[in-house]
Design a protein around this ligand. Sequence first.
Ligand SMILES: Cc1cc2nc3c(=O)[nH]c(=O)nc-3n(C[C@H](O)[C@H](O)[C@H](O)COP(=O)(O)OP(=O)(O)OC[C@H]3O[C@@H](n4cnc5c(N)ncnc54)[C@H](O)[C@@H]3O)c2cc1C
Length: 169
Amino acid sequence: MATEYTRDFVGPIPALIAATDPANLRTWPIRDRRPLKQWGSGRATIIGDAAHPTSPYAAYGAGMAVEDGYFLGRRLAGVDLADHQQVRTALDEFEAPRRPHTARQSQTAFVLGKVSHYTPKPLRPLRDAMLNHTPLLQKAVGEATPGEILDQIAEVDRAEAAFTTRPIS
Ligand SMILES: Cc1cc2nc3c(=O)[nH]c(=O)nc-3n(C[C@H](O)[C@H](O)[C@H](O)COP(=O)(O)OP(=O)(O)OC[C@H]3O[C@@H](n4cnc5c(N)ncnc54)[C@H](O)[C@@H]3O)c2cc1C
């Protein structure tokens, strides 16, 4: 089946796949999921792909997982882990700004994946002309995404400032 899917790929990919023992070939389906309305419950939360699985078209899923780890760590720093309410508040404060940011990125990746790989055949020349000859992709992704990543770096600066000035209990 893999040789069939990749028959029209540029060389040497079809030859490499044809030369591989079928027992060592894996297909890796990519699925999209709607953004979750809530990540945490009680003393537990989720981060990374568990919270916001993002297809590769954003090239940012691992980046957001790392960001999650950082912001979660900063929110929990100094919190009395035996105090349920303190932990819950920290998890809510962690989650509130992360959900909209990660949802935007995963939804952008979803749309890019659809446009890139699922445009009906008759519409593909139109899609290619639009991507090649209009500033749409540059505006929607090339300019917007770096801006949103820079916003996250500014968030890191704010979290660092709050962390270094917050008294540890
Ligand atoms: C083809 C492809 C290209 C990508 N390219 C990029 C890119 O260019 N840039 C980018 O930033 N991101 C990219 N990503 C996304 C990135 O790989 C993921 O967003 C990132 O790996 C998520 O990290 P994570 O730690 O949340 O989850 P994972 O990396 O999935 O880690 C979860 C781990 O938990 C383990 N696990 C699962 N269940 C259990 C269990 N019950 N007990 C113990 N362990 C368990 C799993 O084995 C796994 O090791 C790409 C993804 C794909 C598929």
